[in-house]
Write a protein that binds this ligand. Structure first.
Ligand SMILES: *[C@@H]1O[C@H](CO)[C@@H](O)[C@H](O)[C@H]1NC(C)=O
Length: 399
């Protein structure tokens, strides 16, 4: 497999430079609350760099930057991507701006690494052209835009998710016709590693727990096959994710309970569940109120592109390639939860990990009859990147 690294890197750099220029030249900020933070900072960088960094101290980045420096003070801080924060804290850097720049650099490296991983995953199923196009589209990222350039945890979450898929796909033989399920584990160590990576992914983004579905489906298949070795391997791998999930909850419990009351007293005490409802208003139809109509409009294109892609892959590609069914299931759950339970507009970014969208755009792009659709999506993606980057640098929604 020869990966067109330089071509992709060139595209990556061009797009990032355009975004950085937009950020730099966006005049003023609508919300001036971060001026309070900025006025107390000392920058070790030239004025140009500091100006760009200042404009990126908005929305969730305010929060991340604070967490890179200060220990967690409130319970809601603990459920917000602790893995990403702990990772940045590993570096012996103390200055606010230096940490911000470092986290932005790592985030962008993860973005590019995701594009390379997507190439490798895609190449296992399609030709070089489709693979290269898919990588190009994850670099453009039609709906997530600047979120994949600033220091949000999106990029590291996407990277770990794609790495899990990659390791999983190369470790399992999906054409073992001696088994009823046609499936067997060809590389046990790589298989277990995919679960370890999924666990790391969970510490960065709680819905990484959904990757457990991979191992549940495997377990079901291997039980049918009555394949004892594979059952044990799958249980071991799946339980790394489950243990990570359980121990995070236990850690929260020990840290806050029983003094905290409220969520400590529920039957399954979970700070995750409580904090999402309490601080982020997560719950069935909770977000469906008239004042959120703008948020639904902002995410409408992403919802359309993602639902269409998930359906398209399910109809046309899953019959040829059973192994991608699990990606369809995971993505369908994310879309369903995003629309009905979560703050819907986050779908703009939390869907950016999924190969389904990038495959759909690429498959349409190489088909003369369907090319128009891909061109519209790409056109929208470029336009949205410009608009959204401008809004973000101006401290305006979407967040
Ligand atoms: C396994 O492969 C055979 C032959 O291609 C096919 O007929 C069968 O439906 C497959 N089984 C599963 C569970 O996918």
């Amino acid at each position: 497999m020869s990966i067109p690294i330089w071509g992709l890197l060139r595209l990556f750099i061009v797009l990032k430079v355009i975004q950085i220029l937009i950020i730099y030249f966006t005049p003023g900020q609508f919300d001036t609350s971060s001026q309070l933070i900025i006025s107390q900072l000392e920058s070790p960088f030239p004025k140009v760099v500091t100006t760009i960094l200042d404009k990126l101290i908005v929305w969730d980045s305010v929060y991340f930057n604070d967490m890179f420096i200060n220990p967690a003070k409130y319970e809601n801080q603990l459920v917000f991507c602790p893995g990403w924060i702990a990772f940045i804290k590993l570096f012996p850097v103390e200055n606010y701006y230096s940490l911000q720049l470092l986290s932005i650099a790592i985030s962008n490296i993860c973005h590019f690494a995701s594009a390379i991983l997507l190439y490798a995953i895609t190449r296992g199923m399609y030709d070089g052209k489709i693979s290269e196009l898919s990588s190009a589209f994850i670099i453009l990222s039609p709906t997530a835009g600047v979120f994949l350039t600033t220091n949000y945890s999106e990029n590291i979450s996407n990277f770990l998710t794609l790495l899990c898929f990659y390791l999983y796909f190369i470790s399992v033989n999906f054409q073992d016709y001696s088994k009823t399920s046609n499936k067997s584990i060809a590389h046990p160590v790589t298989y277990i590693l995919s679960g370890v990576i999924a666990s790391m992914g969970f510490t960065v983004r709680a819905n990484g727990l959904l990757l457990g579905i991979i191992y549940l489906i495997d377990l079901y298949h291997f039980v049918i096959d009555q394949n004892m070795n594979e059952i044990i391997l799958t249980l071991t791998t799946g339980s790394t994710l489950f243990i990570t999930f359980a121990s995070t909850n236990i850690y929260h419990y020990i840290k806050f309970c029983p003094a905290r009351g409220e969520w400590c007293n529920s039957y399954f005490p979970s700070l995750f569940k409580y904090a999402q409802g309490r601080y982020w208003n997560v719950g069935l139809f909770k977000y469906w109120t008239p004042n959120n109509i703008p948020n639904f409009l902002i995410v409408a294109p992403a919802i359309y592109i993602n639902i269409y892609s998930t359906w398209y892959i399910y109809k046309n590609e899953v019959p040829k390639n059973k192994k991608i069914l699990v990606l369809v299931i995971i993505h369908a759950i994310i879309l369903f939860s995003g629309i009905f339970f979560w703050n819907a507009q986050i779908l703009n970014r939390v869907t950016s990990y999924s190969p389904l969208v990038y495959w759909t755009i690429s498959l349409h792009f190489v088909d003369h009859n369907k090319r128009k659709w891909a061109e519209y999506v790409a056109g929208f993606g470029i336009l949205w990147n410009v608009i959204q980057t401008t809004l973000f640098a101006g401290f305006l929604p979407p967040a």
